[in-house]
Write a protein that binds this ligand. Structure first.
Ligand code: SF4
Length: 319
């Protein structure tokens, strides 16, 4: 029987999956994964910060928030030429998706947005998937990004609706869902996931997965991040997450959203190679490569190619 794609998962069902005995959970995730994806393939993505620091939002995990003294300098929007050079290098290193992140609360129409559109057009012309994460977005801005060639828009839900207020106070969960709806309406694919290790409970992780899996259609891309504690932020001293929690959440995401790409995103430097291999077994099929993920350190492209070779896996050739 082929795996059915569902959007009506209940919290009880998700809780039961999440708490399955570990071998059973991984087995179920593998069955689903193999129905929809090639198990040896991993998509390589590159994420570049195109406008760093000084963000008016107060996300408790973020080194770029102007609310915290983290030592991250405030920088102006990059020049489109430099961004295209970075995308070209990323493509040469095997990336098929290029993501651009700006530390904005929302997109403002004007000169900066025009420059972002120019970047999107340029990266699309390289025949890569193009993704942006620019904060909140109106319907008309989403349409303009789509017309420029944007493949995907990233807007994370971060955590469960119940825990959200402890992480961000400058916007509400509904704002996030609204932007995601605008992205969908414009015909852009959705990249939406969360961050684990912020002091949330299992129930919050289950709540996040519930929100994601009830979106119809599912986000085509589901990034699962592990908190990288940033000095100066309220979560700078957060307790380290057990990597097996990451694996459990990834496996559950795989079962709930069979066709989505589940991305092992921030925090990979804090995972052993064995833990990363378990994440792949659980159904993760994308990683971010390159020394930096916005402002946080990340394994370099060379190290990732060595890891994939050792596991007998390979980078997805085309998006
Ligand atoms: S996560 Fe994004 S929105 Fe939140 S403070 Fe950082 S840059 Fe701003």
């Amino acid at each position: 029987m082929p795996t059915e794609i569902r959007h009506d998962w209940t919290r009880d069902e998700i809780r039961n999956i999440y708490h399955l005995p570990f071998p059973e959970l991984i087995f179920q995730a593998q069955l689903v994964h193999r129905d929809f994806h090639r198990p040896e393939e991993v998509q390589l993505c590159r994420l570049l910060s195109i406008k760093t620091g000084g963000c008016p939002e107060d996300c408790a995990y973020c080194s770029q928030s102007a609310h915290y003294d983290t030592g991250v300098p405030r920088e102006a929007l990059l020049n489109p030429r430099d961004v295209l050079d970075a995308a070209t290098r990323a493509k040469a290193e095997g990336a098929t998706r290029f993501c651009m992140g700006a530390a904005w609360r929302q997109v403002s129409d004007g000169k900066d947005f025009e420059r972002v559109l120019e970047m999107v057009r340029g990266v699309a012309a390289l025949d890569m998937e193009v993704c942006c994460t620019l904060g909140m977005l109106t319907e008309s801005q989403a349409r303009r990004l789509k017309d420029a060639g944007l493949t995907a828009y990233n807007h994370n839900l971060d955590t469960s609706p119940e825990f959200y207020g402890q992480i961000v106070t400058t916007r509400v969960y509904q704002d996030r869902l609204q932007t995601i709806a605008h992205v969908r309406k414009a015909g852009i694919t959705v990249c939406c996931g969360g961050i684990l290790g912020m002091g949330e409970s299992d129930e919050d992780r289950i709540g996040l997965l519930e929100q994601l899996s009830r979106l119809d259609p599912h986000p085509e891309s589901v990034p699962i991040n592990m908190l990288v504690p940033n000095e100066g932020t309220p979560l700078g001293e957060a307790e380290e997450l057990d990597p097996l929690v990451m694996v459990r959440a990834i496996a559950t995401a795989r079962i709930l959203m069979p066709a989505s790409r589940v991305r092992l995103a921030a925090g990979r430097r804090g995972l052993s190679q064995e833990a990363v291999a378990l994440c792949f077994l659980a159904g993760a099929n994308s990683i971010f490569t390159g020394e930096k993920l916005l402002t946080t350190p990340n394994p370099g492209a060379e190290a990732d190619h060595r890891m994939l070779e050792m596991l007998g896996m390979k980078a997805m050739q085309s998006a």
